[in-house]
Design a protein around this ligand. Structure first.
Ligand code: TUI
Length: 315
């Protein structure tokens, strides 16, 4: 059995979070991960306040275990989501794509455990100072909005810089990744890409097929020119986007416009021409559909075997 301080802190069985993926992480996925003993997370990004409230209520009906909500700070609905998580007594909030400082006081006063995603040591230190319960150090291998630093380099630096627990994210997809994250100083992991193909994940079949068929080099990062790099699977859309970024005849406004609605078109409609199929570099290793329960139990069995076997190199 693998148990770490994050299990006690959040009342979960396995130290694993499911990433709060926009247009993907709904009550179905989050409740399945929580029921499997991890921390399921609902993405607030694509919902206004009332839609988010409905999703939270649905999740409460589907599980009596703890679950969290991810507030994507660049979302136009961030202020509404910030209020709704308090009103709905959500126990854990993760944040992404920005600095959550402006919400920290009201969230911590409401008893919410706030666990921001940080792409740097500086932001990890700053959120610790303003009351974060833990941090998620997310490397650039991950899918979606990515920072510069890899998981391998980021996690140990963040672990040395803060006293709160560190959750590792980015490039983790099996028990070896979990064991490696622990060796770097993390006491938990967050996985997104592996959960994309979970049975309880409600995304389009086309999206799942793309992930299952992906090879190691099948992701691409676009959006750097606009200041928000995003990793996705190579598709006609992402290749077009990539080319346009280097074409100075295409304005920033046109580039921005191309991306509007693209997450929904991928996740809900499976639209390969206009959708942005976010996924991390570990997609190349994700090769089977399973229930969330199967995923969680399998990867922690693997991690346990890897960690127990690690001593063999020490003479
Ligand atoms: O947020 C994510 N992943 C995401 S968000 C998303 S939706 C989106 N849509 C359009 C454009 C961009 C995104 C899809 N995937 N992961 C967590 C994450 N947070 N990664 C990196 C960061 C981050 C970056 C900068 C966190 C804080 C930060 O702070 C900058 C500052 O203000 O100090």
């Amino acid at each position: 059995m693998i148990r770490t301080p994050i299990c006690e802190m959040l009342g979960i069985e396995y130290p694993i979070f499911q990433g709060g993926m926009a247009w993907v992480a709904d009550a179905s996925l989050a409740s399945a991960v929580s029921n499997a003993g991890g921390l399921g997370i609902i993405a607030a990004m694509n919902s206004n306040g009332e839609q988010l409230r409905a999703e939270i209520k649905k999740c409460k009906e589907m599980t009596d275990k703890p679950f969290g909500v991810n507030v994507m700070l660049m979302s136009p609905f961030a202020d509404e989501a910030a209020r709704v998580v308090i009103e709905e007594n959500v126990s854990v909030v993760t944040t992404g794509a920005g600095n959550p400082s402006k919400y920290m006081k009201e969230w911590t006063e409401a008893g919410i455990k706030v666990i921001p995603v940080v792409p740097s040591v500086a932001l990890a230190r700053m959120v610790e100072r303003v009351g974060a319960s833990a941090v998620i150090a997310e490397g650039g291998e991950s899918g979606g909005h990515v920072g510069e630093i890899t998981t391998m380099a980021l996690v140990p630096q963040v672990a040395s810089a803060v006293s709160i627990p560190v959750i590792a994210a980015g490039g983790i997809g099996d028990g070896r990744g979990i064991a490696a994250a622990f060796m770097l100083g993390a006491v938990g992991v967050q996985l997104g890409t592996r959960f994309l193909v979970a049975e309880e994940c409600t995304i389009s079949g086309v999206y799942k097929e793309k992930v299952l068929k992906a090879k190691d080099i099948d992701t691409i990062t676009t959006g750097k020119r606009l200041g928000h790099p995003v990793r996705s699977l190579k598709t006609p859309f992402s290749r077009r986007m990539f080319k346009c970024e280097y074409d100075m005849n295409v304005s920033d406004e046109e580039l921005e416009q191309m991306g509007v609605g693209s997450l929904r078109k991928a996740a809900r409609e499976g639209d390969l021409e206009n959708g942005s199929f976010l996924a991390g570099q570990i997609a190349g290793m994700v090769s089977k559909t399973q229930t969330c329960h199967e995923i969680v139990t399998e990867i922690f069995e693997e991690a346990e075997a890897v960690l127990k076997g690690a001593g063999k190199w020490v003479k």
